[in-house]
Write a protein that binds this ligand. Structure first.
Ligand SMILES: Cc1cc2nc3c(=O)[nH]c(=O)nc-3n(C[C@H](O)[C@H](O)[C@H](O)COP(=O)(O)OP(=O)(O)OC[C@H]3O[C@@H](n4cnc5c(N)ncnc54)[C@H](O)[C@@H]3O)c2cc1C
Length: 393
């Protein structure tokens, strides 16, 4: 593994850095929940930042140029993601850019590409992902929502849960069962549904940080035209697990955690506990441990990026990164609370709260980090089976 940039990456890094220094509006920062992967954050659709990114094709770095993306190589994406995370620059429409769009690019018809991709690029159309159901999260293929053909339409009935951003989404990508008589992975289809379609209702779910980020979405005889099925009938499982040639190293999360830790160190350094100023010896050691761990997360990212650059597909390596960085995020929040002492428990309404109460909030939003995107237990199963060759049961 070569840790230094090659000449092309070095030039590109300077280009990205200059762009950020020149164009990122002062004070505009990715919100904590988005950085930590446990929420969608505020609505970034109106930001001039999106427009500036669009002038370079940098809204969707990995998308092919023909669809308005930058068509960056995996190595360039790595550099781009690293610099953006370092600057904590917002990533507008991240779910649609990272997941929905690529699915449509790979499996959508020409008409679907024409209809959906421009709205994702411009940020005008906001998407959510309706996959999980009550009782079907880790075992997603057991989902029970049904889509039954009726003339030129499908009629969807069922319930989705934990749907991030559904309360402000214009479109939802939904998985629903279209055949009950085949093995569970083989009877699912993927649809695009308009969130204003009659029969859809959205109920807010508030997490324990009192944040409304995800929702329940109910489908009561919702009619979806046949043309809005993505990919072939009963192939939805395979459609939903598609990724483009995306940089999957997790470098965004690793760098974001390191930057967050720097903020925490700065904010807690001057706090007074029991009359003594600044960090205690124990606190300093704890902080040092977290810094070492963020470097380990960064090394894991390099490993994945290096595999991808050689054309290898990371598998359990991506699970290691997800497991390690989400659990590290929780340890960082715990360390921050300890270092903050009683102040660390104060919310944004207190003038004494370090980091404007973000420590306390982070501590409460982070339990979701080891659930969202596949739980720690599922990642451990993947590592055990695919990495260590252990048996399934
Ligand atoms: C912040 C957040 C945002 C989310 N956003 C979305 C979204 O936008 N769209 C969407 O569709 N979903 C979303 N989800 C849902 C997420 O994908 C699921 O929560 C996740 O897949 C876990 O499923 P579950 O909640 O049904 O838990 P379950 O699968 O019921 O798991 C319960 C517990 O059992 C354990 N477990 C389950 N199976 C196994 C096994 N085989 N071996 C060992 N242990 C096991 C789990 O690890 C967990 O501890 C979000 C979740 C969170 C927390």
């Amino acid at each position: 593994m070569e840790f230094r940039d090659g000449p092309d990456e070095a030039t590109f890094r300077i280009e990205v850095r200059d762009f950020i220094a020149r164009e990122l509006p002062p004070g505009l920062r990715q919100p904590d929940e988005a950085v930590l992967g446990v929420g969608v954050g505020e609505d970034m659709r109106d930001q001039e930042w999106l427009r500036k990114l669009a002038t370079r094709g940098w809204v969707a770095p990995a998308w092919p140029k023909e669809y308005g993306g930058a068509g960056m190589s995996v190595a360039q994406q790595f550099v781009y993601n690293e610099e953006m995370a370092r600057a904590r620059a917002p990533r507008p429409n991240f779910l649609a850019i990272g997941l929905i769009g690529p699915t449509i690019i790979v499996h959508g018809s020409d008409e679907q590409k024409k209809e959906y991709l421009p709205g994702i690029m411009s940020g005008e159309v906001y998407w959510c992902q309706g996959f999980s159901e009550p009782g079907s999260g880790s075992d997603l293929a057991s989902l029970q929502s049904r889509a039954v053909q009726d003339g030129d339409d499908y009629v969807i009935n069922g319930q989705k849960i934990w749907t991030s951003g559904a309360h402000r989404a214009d479109k939802i990508m939904v998985l629903a069962r279209t055949d009950n008589d085949v093995p569970k992975h083989k009877g699912i289809s993927c649809f695009v549904v308009d969130m204003r379609a009659p029969g859809i209702s959205v109920q807010p779910l508030t997490n324990m940080a009192e944040m409304h980020s995800f929702n329940e979405v109910f489908f009561d005889n919702v009619r979806v035209p046949r043309k809005d099925m993505i990919g072939e009938i009963n192939r939805g499982w395979y459609v939903a697990t598609t990724t483009l040639d995306f940089e999957r190293s997790g470098i965004i999360s690793a760098i974001s955690l390191e930057e967050l830790l720097k903020e925490i160190a700065e904010a807690t350094r001057s706090l007074r506990h029991d009359g003594s100023a600044g960090l205690t010896a124990g606190g300093r050691l704890e902080l040092a441990d977290r810094f070492v761990e963020t470097r380990i997360a960064i090394m894991f990212s390099y490993r994945i990026a290096s595999m991808q650059s050689k054309g290898l597909i990371p598998n359990m390596e991506a699970s290691i990164m997800k497991l390690y960085s989400s659990e590290l995020a929780q340890r960082i929040a715990l360390t921050a609370s300890r270092l903050g002492g009683l102040y660390g428990q104060l919310g944004p309404d207190s003038a004494y709260a370090p980091m404007n109460g973000r420590i306390e909030r982070m501590y409460r939003i982070l339990p979701g980090s080891t659930l969202a995107g596949g739980t720690s237990e599922i990642q451990r199963n993947i590592i055990a089976q695919r990495g260590l060759g252990m048996p399934r049961e």
